[in-house]
Design a protein around this ligand. Structure first.
Ligand code: SAM
Ligand code: SF4
Length: 443
């Protein structure tokens, strides 16, 4: 008998992709996705622990399921993702109504664990960090409607141990997937109608570094193999630690038409002292040099970043240096966060010197100025022609929304009907804060 599965996904794109994999795996146990939590026979909460708030959200969602389990003891509740990995038995002790607590590396075991869940009278925890783990080849299901873009995970984990970051502890050491598995996954997606893929990893530039030197494939070379797949229109990737950004990768922007001209290059801070304490392994000068080089290779590149304010020890001068860096680079957009202490990440041992109130003040200053820059940047596109990949109807009545290669949402008016994934050409008429407005070009 078919059953219904509801998945709540928090956090990053790696989690989005893991949720897709879990949904597909569980079809083997006759579970099919639903958006209606009330109708669900099983609920998965795929958690994120990157900041304290994300962890609280995960616990609050899991807590809210207690009542449902009481009303329906047959309901299966699973917690996956980074909080599940980090908390393990502790989570089960706090949330005894949860049936399965399982780390991101073990999601492939879910069908087996679901089958056993109804026979157990106590929750089950699987969080061992298997180091010799090989990511199984996994071909996504293309059953749901008209897909046109997908994420493809190319590696798991991270070896960088930035001092504020919990990822190396929750997702383990870097493991690259086999080139042949990635290429056949993309070929399969393209055969099923997918037009755009985003290659995912915590630091895609170190793809392959866990392999012996003589058989290693670099990220740039993987990108070339993926871009060579006939029928694929666009390739994106995220994320890159600036310390590993190579000219070999920059050259890809010159050679590969399909490579989208957007680069997310998280800088985190604009002061060398703070970058050192963060263990980022680059300086402001070397970062700026890379940005300049990248712009030589790809003048039209749109640059975005991540920033943390209020890292332990961040003085007014350090923060001013971050503001200064932002003026120099003039990012198209930035994700900015208040520092959050994440045990067992190393920075938890550092004395917190910036109050919550002050973090809030610095964040607001940064965000307000970034808004102005984003608006200025977006207006630089006025008059330019752009190719858009249609995403669907815009939120505004009578308009369509597409995505540019620069990763901007672009809205335009048209009475015509378009299908997601279709390519159209527009000319930009106005830059808004988070999007562009354009006129359709009829060719
Ligand atoms: N791998 C990427 C890199 O190296 O830039 C970042 C991945 S992380 C999942 C996403 C962002 O969350 C980081 O770039 C950082 O700005 C932010 N972040 C991570 N840990 C944080 C913490 N403890 N407090 C606040 N923000 C944090
Ligand atoms: Fe976290 Fe640093 Fe790894 Fe990014 S590179 S996931 S910030 S440890």
């Amino acid at each position: 008998m078919n059953k219904l599965l509801y998945i709540a996904t928090f956090g990053c794109q790696m989690n989005d992709r893991d949720s897709e994999i879990m949904a597909q795996l569980l079809t083997k146990e006759s579970y099919f996705p639903t958006d209606d939590i009330d109708a669900a026979d099983a609920i998965i909460v795929n958690t994120c622990s990157i900041r304290g708030k994300a962890e609280q959200k995960a616990y609050s969602m899991l807590g809210s399921l207690r009542r449902r389990k009481k009303q329906n003891p047959q309901l299966i509740i699973a917690a996956t993702g980074c909080v599940a990995q980090q908390e393990g038995e502790k989570m089960l002790a706090r949330m005894p109504h949860v049936d399965i607590v399982i780390g991101p590396r073990l999601i492939y075991k879910l069908p087996e664990l679901f089958a056993q869940a109804s026979k157990r009278d106590k929750g089950f925890v699987a969080t061992e960090q298997v180091s010799s783990f090989v990511i199984p080849p996994f071909l996504p299901s293309l059953d749901e409607g008209l897909p046109y873009k997908r994420f493809v995970t190319i590696m798991q984990g991270c070896n960088n141990y930035c001092t504020y970051c919990i990822v190396p502890y929750t997702r383990g050491r870097e493991i690259s997937r086999k080139v042949s598995d990635i290429v056949s996954e993309v070929e399969h997606l393209v055969a099923g109608g997918i037009k755009e893929v985003t290659l995912l990893g915590q630091n895609v530039n170190s793809y392959g570094n866990d392999q012996p030197k003589d058989v290693r494939t670099s990220f740039a070379s993987l990108l070339r193999q993926v871009a060579a797949i006939d029928g694929l229109n666009r390739v994106r990737f995220t994320t890159s630690n600036p310390k590993d950004l190579s000219e070999e990768l920059m050259q890809c922007f010159v050679d590969l038409d399909k490579l989208c001209t957007h680069f997310h290059l998280p800088v985190q801070a604009g002061s060398d002292a703070i970058l050192k304490r963060m263990n980022r392994k680059y300086t402001v000068a070397s970062y700026l040099e890379k940005v300049e080089k990248l712009r030589e290779y790809c003048p039209e590149v749109s640059l975005t970043t991540d920033i943390i304010v209020g890292f332990p020890g961040e003085t007014e001068d350090d923060f001013a240096a971050t503001m200064d860096l932002m003026e120099k680079v003039r990012y198209h957009a930035a994700f900015s966060f208040k520092y959050s202490s994440r045990p067992p990440a190393k920075s938890c041992e550092f004395e917190e010197t910036v109050t919550e109130e002050e973090k809030g003040r610095r964040l607001a200053i940064f965000q307000n100025r970034q808004k102005e820059i984003s608006l200025e940047r977006n207006n630089e596109y006025v008059g330019q022609e752009m190719e858009l990949m249609i995403e669907g109807k815009s939120k505004v009545e009578g308009q369509w929304a597409g995505r540019s290669k620069s990763n901007h949402t672009v809205n335009f008016k048209s009475q015509d009907t378009f299908i997601p994934g279709q390519l159209v050409n527009v000319v930009i008429e106005e830059g808004c804060l988070n999007s562009l407005r354009a006129k359709l070009l009829v060719k």
